[in-house]
Design a protein. Structure first.
Lengths: 107, 401, 466
């Protein structure tokens, strides 16, 4: 119910801006975790060390052939070395034969 | 020129996409653009202003062509109406109740309210609708399956407790038919929510061959007054003064004029194919007349269940020749309790007496109208959720805010 | 953390991202900005900060573990493209009230009335930049939207800025888009707010307040530019409360701090623009995020030796958990800011001290015992990096943090004197100063030069006469 006497009339544009997304496809999923190498990536906050300990224990019970590469081998994924660490991942994953990644902690 | 300020009822995913973006693709894949000419065509905003000489008609036309209705006219979800509905829940508008499968729209309280308003629901009906949404969000309910299967399954809502009288939910003559606003609008709201937030559009996401009338609305109350036994919610462990909604996955109801023998015979038929396959939890409505008769002879509700379970048996030869046994032999694995029984003459249709939800409902008259609702899907599921109090109202509330 | 997951996916390795309950909304929207809206998440119930070891183990075992498995084995849902309006589309026409109502309901507004962004008003802003409206100043996380010059003008209009502020607004968004700044952290739980520091003749050109009440609303330039910043974070960076803006408390937009360059020049000090790598007399904006601060009132004394101990003590006290930005989360990125009133700066300068000398003093004296530093890191915030000795031996922090095993040894709160920042502004005659607590790498100081249109003087004169 426009009240043109007092309210005026304004034709306004959208205040946001276009998304510039390249939709990246996700990597193919695995058919099992048995016999697979899983890398742990941690940003060194929010008790990720305890969380990874539990996950390792439980996943080993479910998938006896699974093995893990510790977060210690990568360093903190958030912080000053973040860019270098992330850039090195493709190479390191290849070298270590990493099949999957568990990354934490978003809290 | 009228302007209506409308809250978008369509589901938005966490990532910011709207489920209609996926639905448009599905519509195109099926070549059904003519049915949904405006699919995905709306501003990706929380609120839209629609202006027309007859705004109410305009909203109805546009929403229909966008795929947001059940084909019947809807009530435009204006900000004022949605606000009143949200207030009745006592919750925050932006609170997320859960993510609805299969397309993953987030069911916020305000989107639930918008769809409820569209269905014609009054604010005081919102707590029931909210509880029903919570029920279908339980993982065991398998909403994804319900929304996408070729079977005609739909949620059956059974309401118990003081809210029945407060909202005038019909439990007697015509309880499963039209005429009572609460029954119609609560059931309809749930379907619109499933459609608009979960994305279970018929023919493009849901491949139900026929569907069923219960997909418009399927909601009734148990007739506690005419029941000789404890009501369903007390049976489920709730105090009598609490209000609950019980939800099962129900295929179309089969009318049964008669008593337990007639019910058992219907249960033991081809209609229970998927009940057998998945150890489904079925629902049985006993007419007040039948219930009273049985109780008079000393039967408890549990006795009824035990009896029905024992009598609802299919001849083993019939079972072996059945469509499910022969047509899809490879992909079907019958449960152990069926195959074990197949050593003998007959196989039970139900795994356990407790897999039958029994309520008393309908008009009290000497020609008893009973009903059987077969079940579809896995895992076995019958969910009861408590209904919260009606908030934000001065009068007529079940419990004070 | 999600960037690590996205990097893994790009490398062809499937990932599972561990997220706590409160982070789920933020995770979903952040992952869109990474071009991977369907990055699979594994839910950790509650918040790890207040669960016992047993509770945490139980939750991980019973809930998170299953989610991790399905993240890695089940095909994820599809990612679809989002349909949005073009910049020049008129999205709505209506009265002032209706425009505001729509903008508010659609979360395009900060809750106060906005000036309706009409094409005419936007074009008035565009006349104050040489840039093309479609120029992209950067792509802003978390939404990955294009920070176009056009969108700067739109939000400038909305904020109530005047068209002649446009050069500052453009420079601000160049700064926001600089990866050094870390705009993607603008929705973090500590809820720090950006402080904009303005330098150069533009301060006087546009009548920015530099004196009493410099950090308070009341002056249109300081206030509206500050408001613009947060509107832009909302509408183009994409930070929305209760979604991916997770500030526990937050603050509202900070009014722009303009340095009193007359005083700075008079006492022979360098303006902040020079500290940030530009020349004295350049028009610059500097941005950084701060989680809070404190006024230090009544700084007493007629010599620096008399005045500075109290100031150093105040600066020290503002930095508690923030020490993780010196050692731990990121090393050496803490940049404490001290705003001195002119009279304090004059008194200090009269003794022959420069800004550098003040910084040196703070470095030498805003110190705490090593054991206390480590307590902030370890016992109180549960950070995994806790030992100054280890970090120094690894070469990650300067040796001076570990000069002996004496746990009472006094260590600084930053790596070097230049980490301190000093700005002169505020009431000319009040002996107060303000110490800001910095958010380290999550809002690191970035400065940009302001580009003026070639007809700045005449356009400005025209604007003033209108």
């Amino acid at each position: 119910m426009t009240n043109k006497e007092n309210g005026g009339h304004y034709e306004v544009v959208w205040p946001r801006s276009e998304r510039q997304l390249q939709i990246q496809p996700l990597a193919k999923r695995l058919d099992t975790l048995n016999g697979k190498t899983v890398a742990e990536l941690w940003d060194y906050v929010f008790r990720g060390d305890e969380v990874f300990e539990v996950l390792e224990r439980d996943l080993k019970q479910r998938y006896p052939g699974i093995n893990f590469v510790s977060w210690r081998d990568f360093g903190a994924t958030h912080g000053e070395d973040e860019r270098e660490i992330l850039a090195s991942l493709p190479r390191r994953f290849k070298e270590m034969g990493v099949d999957a990644v568990i990354s934490g902690m978003g809290c | 020129m009228e302007a209506l300020w409308l809250l978008m009822p369509a589901g938005q995913r966490r990532s910011g996409e709207w489920i209609d973006d996926t639905l448009v693709q599905r519509v195109r894949e099926r070549g059904m653009e003519q049915k949904w000419p405006l699919a995905g065509q709306f501003p990706r905003q929380r609120v839209e202003v629609l202006r027309a000489a007859d705004a109410h008609a305009e909203v109805n036309g546009v929403y229909y062509r966008r795929g947001w209705t059940d084909g019947l006219p809807i009530v435009p979800p204006t900000l004022a109406r949605v606000d009143a509905a949200v207030r009745a829940t006592g919750r925050r508008a932006g609170e997320e109740i859960g993510v609805l499968e299969p397309l993953g729209g987030i069911a916020t309280v305000e989107k639930i309210a918008a769809n409820a308003v569209m269905a014609g629901a009054a604010p005081e009906q919102l707590p029931v609708i909210l509880a029903a949404v919570e029920a279908i969000l339980e993982p065991d309910f398998n909403l994804r399956g319900v929304q996408t299967t070729d079977e005609n399954v739909t949620p059956l809502l059974i309401v118990n407790g003081p809210v029945v009288a407060a909202l005038e939910i019909n439990d007697s003559y015509g309880a499963l038919g039209p005429g009572w606003r609460a029954n119609g609008c609560i059931g309809r709201a749930l379907r619109l929510i499933m459609n608009n937030i979960g994305g279970g559009w018929p023919a493009v996401v849901s491949f139900a061959g026929l569907g069923q009338p219960g997909r418009y609305a399927l909601c009734l109350a148990e007739n506690a007054a005419d029941s000789p036994w404890e009501p369903l919610h007390v049976e489920a462990g709730f105090d009598a003064d609490r209000s609950t909604v019980t939800v099962t996955r129900a295929e179309t109801m089969i009318n049964v004029t008669g008593g337990l023998e007639e019910l058992a015979s219907v249960m033991a038929s081809a209609t229970s194919a998927f009940t057998m396959l998945y150890a489904g939890k079925v629902a049985v409505i006993l007419a007040p007349h039948v219930a009273r008769d049985l109780a008079g002879q000393g039967w408890s509700k549990q006795d009824v269940k035990i009896h029905l379970h024992a009598r609802a048996r299919m001849g083993t030869d019939v079972w072996r020749r059945s469509w499910l046994s022969t047509a899809h032999a490879d992909s079907r694995r019958w449960p152990d309790w069926v195959t074990a029984a197949a050593a003998g003459d007959s196989v039970p249709v139900l795994r356990d007496p407790d897999d039958i939800t029994v309520i008393v409902a309908g008009g009290d008259m000497p020609i008893p109208q009973c009903a059987y609702f077969p079940s579809w899907g896995f895992p076995p599921c019958c969910v009861t959720r408590e209904i919260g109090p009606i908030k934000g109202q001065a009068n007529g509330s079940v419990e004070e805010g | 953390m999600l960037r690590a997951s996205a990097a893994s996916e790009l490398a062809g390795v499937p990932s599972s991202s561990l997220v706590c309950e409160g982070f789920i909304g933020q995770a979903g929207t952040t992952s869109v900005g990474l071009g991977m809206s369907n990055l699979p998440l594994a839910f950790v119930p509650g918040h790890v900060g207040n669960q016992s070891a047993e509770e945490l183990q139980k939750n991980i075992s019973e809930i998170t573990c299953d989610a991790v498995v399905s993240n890695l084995l089940e095909p994820p849902s599809e990612s679809a493209i989002i349909v949005e309006p073009s910049p020049r589309d008129i999205v709505f026409a209506g009265s002032f009230e209706d425009v505001n109502r729509l903008f508010y309901e659609n979360e395009w507004s900060d809750g106060l009335p906005v000036v309706p962004p009409t094409i005419a008003k936007i074009e008035a802003f565009l006349r104050f930049t040489e840039r093309d409206p479609d120029d992209i100043l950067g792509i802003l996380l978390p939404d990955s939207r294009a920070a176009t010059v056009w969108s700067v003008a739109v939000n400038g209009v909305m904020a109530g800025c005047r068209p002649e502020y446009m050069p500052i607004l453009v420079a601000l968004i160049e700064a926001m888009a600089d990866p050094e700044y870390g705009v993607e952290h603008s929705g973090n739980t500590p809820g720090g707010e950006t402080l904009i520091t303005l330098n150069g003749p533009i301060i006087k050109d546009l009548d920015f307040n530099v004196e009493q009440g410099v950090l308070r609303d009341g002056f249109a330039p300081n206030t509206s530019v500050g408001r613009f910043w947060r509107l832009y974070l909302r509408n183009v960076a994409g930070f929305l409360l209760h979604k991916n803006d997770k500030a526990t408390f937050g603050n509202t937009w900070r009014v722009v701090l303009a340095e009193n360059e007359d005083v700075v020049e008079k006492i022979g000090w360098q303006p902040n623009s020079v500290e940030m790598g530009f020349q004295a007399g350049d028009n610059t904006v500097t941005i950084a995020r701060y989680t809070g601060g404190n006024l230090l009132a009544s700084v007493y004394g007629d010599t620096p030796e008399r005045m500075m101990p109290f100031i150093a003590d105040g600066v020290l006290r503002q930095n508690t958990w923030q020490l993780v930005f010196t050692v731990g989360t990121s090393n050496g990125t803490l940049r404490p800011l001290l705003v001195l009133s002119p009279i304090l700066a004059e008194t200090i300068a009269r003794a022959g001290w420069s800004k550098q000398d003040v910084k040196q003093y703070l470095f030498d004296h805003a110190r705490l015992p090593a054991w206390q530093f480590e307590r902030y890191l370890g016992e109180w915030t549960d950070h995994p990096v806790r030992s100054l000795k280890d970090q120094a031996n690894l070469g990650k922090i300067p040796k001076l943090f570990y000069e002996s095993d004496d746990s009472d040894r006094m260590v600084p709160i930053v790596f070097e004197p230049d980490d301190f920042m000093i700005v002169v502004a505020g009431d000319l005659l009040r002996t107060n100063c303000y110490t800001f607590a910095h958010n380290g790498i999550l809002g690191y100081p970035v400065a940009k030069k302001i580009a003026l249109p070639k007809n700045w003087s005449s356009q400005l004169a025209e604007a003033r006469s209108g």
